[in-house]
Unconditional design. Structure first.
Length: 569
C-alpha cells in the first residue's frame, strides 16, 4: 500500500499555483528552512511548492497557513542565504489586518527574517493635462536638468542596465526595441533555466505578476475605466529611450539598456510580492539601476521591513535604487521610496516650483521635472475606444505614433534613474550609495514651498569629482557607513551602516575639530544593515549648534566616516 500522508503535510505538498491574493503573506526566510517539493525541477507548479522544516511548519499551522511557494531563487548577496516565499492560508482569505498580525508573529518567533501581508501598490502617475507644451522641455527648456551638457561628457554604455519595475515595457516599441536588455546567460526558447537563477527563458526580463518570461504590458484599467498599462513603457522611455536615432524621444540614459520587470498580473493587480521579487531579481542580476514608480503610504512596519530587507540585498548587489516620492501632496512617507538606500524623487514644474501633486518631506532626497512629460506609450495591443479617446482628447496622443504627455513623480523618478546611469558609467568604481550622494550633493539649491531636496543637475553630477565615496562593507574592513538621511537636517537625521559580519561597533558624532558630540552606538551588533538616529543633541541632551559634523563608525579594526550638516531649527 502507498503511505498515507497526514492532512497537514498533504496540504503543504499540493502544487501552489502562482496566483497571489491580498491576505497571503510574503516573507523572507532563511533558505535552509524550506526545500523544494520536487528537487531539481525548475519553475513548474510542483517546483514552486516548498516544504518547510518542522519548526516553521508548526508555526504556519498554528497561524492558519499551510501552503508555501517559492518566489524566485535564494538570494546570495548578504551574509545569510534567504528565500522569498508566498505563504497562503489553509482556508479562505484572512483580512489584511489578520494577515499582518500573522506576519508579525512569524518574525517575532524567528521563523522569518521579514514578513508582511501582500497588498496592492499604487502606480504614481498623475495623468497628463496639456498637449500644447514643447516636447521634452525637461531635456532642453525652461526648468530642465542640463542633460545635453551632461551628454557632452558622458553618454553611458550598454553595460549599464536600468531595471524598470512597473506595468511592463513594450519590447517592440520603435523607440525602445533596440534598448531592451538581453540576458547573456539564457538561451531563447529552449524552456530551460540556463543560468540557474530560477527563471526559465528570462531573455528580456520577467513578468512577476503572471510568472512568465513575457514582460510586455497587457490592458489594466483604473477606477474610471482608463487603460493605464502604458505606465511602464512611458517610464522606460523617459529613462532610456533610443537617443540620436532620428526617431521619437531622447532617453536620459542615452546608451543604457532597459530591463523590463513587470509587476502587474492579468487581473490588473500590482502587489508587494511582485515588487519585492523583482528587486531581488535585480540584486541577483547585478542590475546597475532600479527605477520603481510605484509605492504605497498605507503600509505598516512589517511591509516596510520586507521592502527594506529586499533593498538591502539590492544595495549589497551593487544596485542603485531610485523611486517615486508619490503624488498625494503629502509629507507622509511612501514606501519603498522612503526606505534606507533608496533615492526618493519629487516632481518639479517648468518654472522650478514643486508640482502641486508631489509629496514632500525630509525623507525625500531630490527633485526633477515630472509634469507634462512627452514620452512613449505601449503599442503592443489595440487600445479600447474609451482609453484611446481620453489619450487623444487630453494627453496629446495622435492615434498613431505611440507617444503622449504624462505627469507625476512616476516620471521624475526615471528621469533621475537615467541620470544615475550616466553617473554610474562615468564613475564605474563608485558604489550605489556614492552615486545617490553624488546626485543629491551636486543638485541645484532651489527654494521650494516644501522640502523636496535639491533639484537634479545632470551636468554637475558628471562634471564634479565624486563627492563622497561611501565604501562597501566588502572593501572597508567589513564595515561601511552609508551616509545620513536627510542631510542637511534641522531636527533629526538617520544614519545607515552595513556590517559584513557581527562585530562590536562604535558610532559617534564629532564636530569639525574632532571633539565627541554624541555617542549613538557602542555595542555588539549582528551582520547586516542597521540604522541610528541623531536628534541633533549632544551627550548632555543639549541641542548642538548648526554646523558641519562627522559621523564616525568603528569596528573590526576599521573606520568609516560620513559628513553631516546641521541647520538651525
Amino acid at each position: 500500500m502507498k503511505p498515507v500522508l497526514a492532512a497537514s503535510v498533504l496540504a503543504l505538498l499540493v502544487p501552489s499555483v502562482s496566483i497571489a491574493a491580498v491576505g497571503d503573506i510574503v516573507a523572507l526566510v532563511r533558505a535552509e528552512r524550506v526545500a523544494p517539493a520536487r528537487p531539481g525541477v525548475q519553475l513548474d507548479a510542483g517546483a514552486r511548492t516548498l516544504v518547510p522544516e518542522a519548526g516553521l511548519q508548526a508555526s504556519l499551522q498554528q497561524l492558519g497557513f499551510s501552503r508555501i511557494a517559492a518566489l524566485g531563487a535564494p538570494t546570495t548577496n548578504g551574509p545569510v542565504s534567504m528565500r522569498l516565499v508566498r505563504i497562503s492560508p489553509t482556508l479562505g482569505a484572512p483580512t489584511l489586518d489578520a494577515a499582518r498580525g500573522a506576519a508579525r508573529q512569524l518574525v517575532a518567533r524567528g521563523d522569518a527574517i521579514a514578513a508582511c501581508a501582500d497588498q496592492e501598490l499604487k502606480l504614481y502617475a498623475t495623468m497628463p493635462n496639456d498637449s500644447d507644451l514643447a516636447l521634452q522641455w525637461y531635456i532642453d527648456g525652461p526648468g530642465d536638468i542640463h542633460i545635453p551638457e551632461a551628454w557632452d561628457i558622458e553618454k553611458s554604455n550598454s553595460s549599464i542596465v536600468i531595471g524598470i519595475i512597473d506595468t511592463g515595457v513594450d519590447t517592440g516599441h520603435p523607440d525602445l526595441a533596440s534598448k531592451i536588455w538581453t540576458n547573456p546567460g539564457e538561451i531563447p526558447g529552449n524552456s530551460l533555466d540556463d543560468d540557474s537563477n530560477g527563471y526559465v527563458d528570462d531573455v528580456h526580463g520577467w513578468d512577476f505578476g503572471n510568472d512568465d518570461a513575457d514582460a510586455n504590458p497587457e490592458p489594466m484599467f483604473d477606477d474610471l475605466g482608463i487603460d493605464e498599462a502604458f505606465h511602464g513603457t512611458a517610464v522606460a522611455g523617459v529613462a532610456a529611450a533610443g537617443t540620436d536615432n532620428l526617431y521619437g524621444i531622447s532617453g536620459a540614459g542615452w546608451n543604457a539598456k532597459i530591463l523590463p520587470l513587470k509587476i502587474a498580473d492579468a487581473a490588473g493587480h500590482t502587489l508587494v510580492s511582485y515588487a519585492v521579487e523583482a528587486i531581488l531579481y535585480c540584486a541577483g542580476k547585478h542590475t546597475s539601476v532600479i527605477n520603481m514608480s510605484v509605492g504605497s503610504a498605507q503600509v505598516d512596519s512589517s511591509e516596510i521591513a520586507l521592502f527594506q530587507s529586499a533593498i538591502d540585498q539590492a544595495v549589497a548587489g551593487n544596485v542603485c535604487v531610485v523611486a517615486s516620492a508619490g503624488n498625494e501632496d503629502s509629507s507622509q512617507p511612501v514606501y519603498p521610496a522612503a526606505c534606507n538606500g533608496v533615492l526618493a524623487v519629487a516632481s518639479t514644474t517648468q518654472v522650478n516650483s514643486r508640482s502641486d501633486f508631489s509629496n514632500w518631506g525630509p525623507w525625500v532626497d531630490c527633485a526633477a521635472p515630472g509634469e507634462d512629460i512627452w514620452t512613449a506609450i505601449c503599442r503592443n495591443y489595440t487600445l479600447d475606444e474609451t482609453s484611446e479617446f481620453i489619450y487623444e482628447f487630453l494627453w496629446g496622443y495622435d492615434g498613431g505614433r505611440p507617444y503622449m504627455y504624462a505627469s507625476g513623480t512616476s516620471f521624475s523618478s526615471p528621469l533621475t534613474a537615467g541620470v544615475c546611469a550616466l553617473v554610474r558609467a562615468h564613475f564605474p568604481a563608485a558604489g550605489p550609495i556614492a552615486i545617490q550622494n553624488q546626485i543629491v550633493q551636486t543638485g541645484d539649491a532651489v527654494l521650494y514651498d516644501q522640502p523636496i531636496g535639491k533639484k537634479v543637475n545632470a551636468y554637475q553630477a558628471v562634471l564634479t569629482p565624486l563627492a563622497v565615496e561611501m565604501p562597501s562593507a566588502e572593501g572597508s574592513g567589513g564595515i561601511a557607513l552609508l551616509g545620513a538621511r536627510p542631510s542637511p537636517f534641522s531636527q533629526a537625521t538617520t544614519l545607515a551602516y552595513n556590517l559584513r559580519a557581527a562585530t562590536h561597533v562604535r558610532l559617534t558624532v564629532v564636530d569639525a575639530a574632532g571633539r565627541r558630540v554624541r555617542a549613538l552606538a557602542d555595542e555588539d551588533t549582528p551582520a547586516g544593515m542597521h540604522t541610528a538616529v541623531w536628534n541633533g543633541a549632544d551627550d548632555a541632551g543639549q541641542a548642538a549648534p548648526a554646523g558641519i559634523y562627522f559621523a564616525v563608525l568603528e569596528g573590526s579594526g576599521a573606520r568609516s566616516v560620513s559628513r553631516l550638516v546641521k541647520l538651525a531649527r
